[in-house]
Each structure stands twice: as structure tokens, then as C-alpha cells.
Design a binder for this molecule. Structure first.
Ligand SMILES: [Fe+2]
Length: 470
């Protein structure tokens, strides 16, 4: 009897272990397709009266406050906000935390735009310059009793071993899931110091007539983070707002008026592709929806830009682009292929550490692979392991109105290290010139839980194999 009992006990344990294994991952060529089970619900935009959309009280109170880097190295910050009733003043008062009596004033300007039957508020942009590195600054906008105060911390001075923690968010939108994603990012114990945003902000264009009121609600929704730390913007297809049926034929009109970038500081001619340097990272933002063929401004800019990257000063080379080059979901399949063909040889040559993309509303992380051998006749047109190549991460899982991308190609391609159709965000935590810890956090888990992770070895300083599935 005792033997039968212990056998059945063993069988139960073995079955439980098998179930756990099956629930965590189905192994396929070494990569994992997560079978995490989530509640499948319709993703809906939060109603207009939601508390996260509330305008600050008071006549002409500044709203939709957001900041981004204002120069190439982190000693300037662009502060942007909207006033709804009248232009008011485009002035920012700011001071260092330890010098509250030494207030400085920066003067910017404001713009407005019309989109079909919508008229924007007064959109202010003001650049604070000559900031000191790694200091906390307070800033104030608005006048009289509607004055509002915020703060930010400037990045540390560039140094090859300067640690820094980036948040990664994409395709956010303004649904209940978007709110969860932002809350998870804010509450993540690995505190992000700046957000690398991989495009598709408000999804206003999913509403009738591209209802630009949804650009305003989005600005108010994300203010709780964007007013306090720089968000580095990449543009997605939902920023195009190209609507000839409405008489709107100027691409990126709402985005261009509302969100600025320090593109001229890196020699770019458009705010859609540019670079910034933060701590020990050189970040290149590319534009999937601006021309990138040979001889185009973006192509020529990138070709020159890559020669300027100095890994002895900024060891980490990070690229943001909206449309992923490697994507094994049956959504937007191969949309990034033409850009991959144009630029991938450069990314291998210059040893890009990681490429973050969005667009596909799910999560995926690749192995280090490249596919640059093909020359029309040699037939060598598949991805293969390449330790000089970046890791490609799709992080388009912010939780927008269009829902999750759940349909994947099968079997999982060999190059795909981990994929999961859940909403979430990621953290890229640079420790020093050789190591960075990367983690992905799904919304269903507790704030501190890591659903996927990887230790990145820097491609210039420590180009060892850092695959998680070898
Ligand atoms: Fe997209």
C-alpha cells in the first residue's frame, strides 16, 4: 500500500511539474512561446470623463505637460504644455533643488493648428538650457493661481560607465490597459529615469474624423510621467494622421505641433529621425514612415551619424524604430523588411547593441542574428546567428484600443528567443560599459515581477555570447 501511495504521490508531482512547464513555455528550437493565460477582454478607450483625463482646475491652467531632451547631451530640456482658454505666456521658471531662491526664466513660444473641424489649444514649447548634469530641477508654468509646479532630474554627465535606467513603452493609447501599463511602469521598483517610446501615442486616428480631442486626453493621461522625466519620442503610423478624405494631407500634423525633439542638435532635418546621448548610451531614433531609401535625408543622416558614435564615450548603442525588422507574429508581417534591407548591414558593422520596435501589439525578443548575405543569386537569405548583430525587441504592448496581437507564425522561428501576447513594458538598466540588465514586465503580474529578462553584454566592450537559449 505504502509503495502504491508513494507512486501515486510521485505521479501527481510529475504531472504538476509537467503542467508548470507547459504553462511557462513551449520549447521550440530553443526559443520560448509563452503560454501565459490571461483574461481576454476587449480593449476600450477610457471614457472622456475618466479621472485620468481631468483637466487641472482654474482658468487657462497649463495641461498636457511633457518634457524631452533639448540638446544632444542632456544639458537642456524642452518643456511643452497646452493652455486652452488663451495663449498666456510661454515662460518657464526653473531652479535647482538646492537653490530655491535662484529662479531662472526661459522664454519659448506657442503654436496652434486645425485638423478638420478641430482647433487646438495653445501649444507651448520652451527649452531650458545650460542645465547642470545629474541635478534635480523644479519648474513652474502658468500664472497666478493656476501656476503649476513639476520637477525633473537631468541625466548624469556622459561617461562610459555611467549607469542609467530606461523605461520602454510602445503603442500606448488610452485604454484601461494603457493605464495599467503606465501604472506598472511608474510602480516598477527598478525606477526608470527616462522613457524610450517606440511610437503610436494617442490612437486619436482610430476615432471618427481622427478626433483630436483624443490627442488632448492622451496628453493629460500621461502627464503624470511625461512632466517628470524625459520621454524620447519615435513616430509610429498613428502619428501620420494623413486623411485626404477630411482634407488633411499634411502627414504628422498633430504630432509635429505637439511633440518636439532636439533633432537639429544631431544634424537631422526632421524631428522624426535624430539622436541623443544620455549617460553611457547613444540613442538613435529612426522613422519608419519617412523616406529611408538611398539618397534620402534620413539615409544620409544615418550613414553619417553612425560614424560619429564613439563607443569609448557612449558604449551603448540603442536604436528605436516603430516597425520591427524581425517579427514572428501574423500582424504587420514583414512591414519592416525594406528598412531592414537598407540598414541592417550598418547595424552589424557598427555593432548596435539593441533595436527596440513597436507596431505589433505584443512582446518578442530575438537572438543576436543578421540576414545580410543575400545578393540576388546566392540564395543566402535567412537569418543566422551573428554576435556582431543587435538583439531585436518588439515592445508594442502598451495596451491600445486595437487589442493584442495573439496570432503567431508556427513553428516559432529559431531566431525568436521569447514571445508572448501580453500587455506590458520593459526596463533597460545600464550597469556599466559592459553589462546592462533588461527585463520585461507584463501587466497581469505584480509590479516587481519579471516575465522575461536578459543580461546584455555590450557589443563593443564585451562582445561575448549573451544568448539566453544557448
Ligand atoms: Fe503602429
Amino acid at each position: 500500500m505504502a509503495g502504491a501511495k508513494s507512486f501515486s504521490c510521485f505521479a501527481v508531482i510529475a504531472a504538476a511539474l509537467l503542467l508548470v512547464l507547459l504553462n511557462v513555455a513551449v520549447l521550440s528550437h530553443g526559443g520560448k512561446t509563452s503560454t501565459f493565460i490571461r483574461k481576454v477582454e476587449r480593449t476600450e478607450d477610457m471614457p472622456l470623463h475618466s479621472d485620468v483625463f481631468l483637466a487641472p482646475s482654474g482658468y487657462n491652467a497649463p495641461q498636457q505637460v511633457h518634457i524631452t531632451l533639448g540638446d544632444h547631451v542632456g544639458r537642456a530640456m524642452i518643456v511643452s504644455w497646452v493652455t486652452m482658454d488663451e495663449p498666456g505666456k510661454s515662460i518657464v521658471y526653473y531652479w535647482r533643488e538646492e537653490c530655491p531662491h535662484k529662479k531662472e526664466v526661459a522664454k519659448g513660444n506657442h503654436v496652434t493648428y486645425r485638423f478638420f473641424n478641430y482647433s487646438s489649444g495653445f501649444i507651448h514649447h520652451c527649452t531650458l538650457r545650460d542645465l547642470e548634469f545629474n541635478k534635480m530641477y523644479y519648474y513652474e508654468i502658468g500664472i497666478g493661481h493656476t501656476r503649476r509646479q513639476f520637477w525633473f532630474v537631468t541625466p548624469p554627465e556622459m561617461h562610459p560607465d555611467a549607469p542609467y535606467t530606461f523605461g520602454l513603452i510602445g503603442d500606448l493609447g488610452q485604454t484601461f490597459d494603457s493605464n495599467k501599463t503606465l501604472a506598472h511602469y511608474e510602480s516598477n521598483p527598478q525606477k526608470g529615469q527616462a522613457v524610450l517610446f517606440v511610437g503610436d501615442l494617442s490612437y486619436a486616428d482610430d476615432h471618427p474624423n481622427h478626433d483630436n480631442v483624443r490627442w488632448d486626453t492622451w496628453g493629460r493621461f500621461v502627464e503624470r510621467s511625461t512632466a517628470y522625466q524625459p520621454w524620447i519620442w519615435a513616430t509610429g503610423n498613428h502619428e501620420l494622421d494623413y486623411a485626404p478624405e477630411l482634407g488633411e494631407t499634411e502627414p504628422f500634423k498633430p504630432f509635429r505641433h505637439r511633440y518636439h525633439a532636439p533633432y537639429q542638435a544631431s544634424g537631422s532635418t526632421e524631428p522624426f529621425w535624430y539622436s541623443v546621448k544620455i549617460a553611457s548610451a547613444h540613442i538613435i531614433v529612426l522613422a519608419s514612415y519617412s523616406a529611408y531609401g538611398k539618397y534620402t535625408p534620413q539615409y544620409e543622416w544615418l550613414e553619417a551619424e553612425l560614424t560619429k558614435v564613439d563607443r569609448s564615450k557612449t558604449p551603448w548603442l540603442i536604436v528605436l524604430v516603430h516597425s520591427p525588422w524581425y517579427n514572428s507574429y501574423n500582424y504587420h508581417y514583414m512591414e519592416g523588411e525594406s528598412m531592414r534591407v537598407m540598414f541592417e548591414p550598418w547595424f552589424v558593422k557598427y555593432k548596435v547593441d539593441v533595436v527596440f520596435a513597436g507596431h505589433v501589439h505584443a512582446y518578442e525578443r530575438s537572438e543576436r542574428i543578421s540576414n545580410i548575405e543575400y545578393n540576388i543569386i546566392n540564395g543566402r537569405c535567412g537569418p543566422s546567428k551573428d554576435l556582431s548583430a543587435p538583439v531585436y525587441i518588439t515592445i508594442g504592448d502598451g495596451g491600445n484600443i486595437e487589442g493584442l496581437a495573439t496570432n503567431m507564425t508556427n513553428p516559432q522561428p529559431e531566431y525568436s528567443a521569447y514571445r508572448e501576447a501580453s500587455f506590458g513594458h520593459a526596463i533597460f538598466e545600464i550597469k556599466n560599459r559592459t553589462h546592462a540588465h533588461y527585463s520585461w514586465h507584463r501587466n497581469e503580474d505584480d509590479y516587481a515581477t519579471i516575465a522575461d529578462s536578459m543580461w546584455f553584454f555590450n557589443r563593443y566592450w564585451h562582445p561575448a555570447d549573451d544568448s539566453t537559449t544557448k
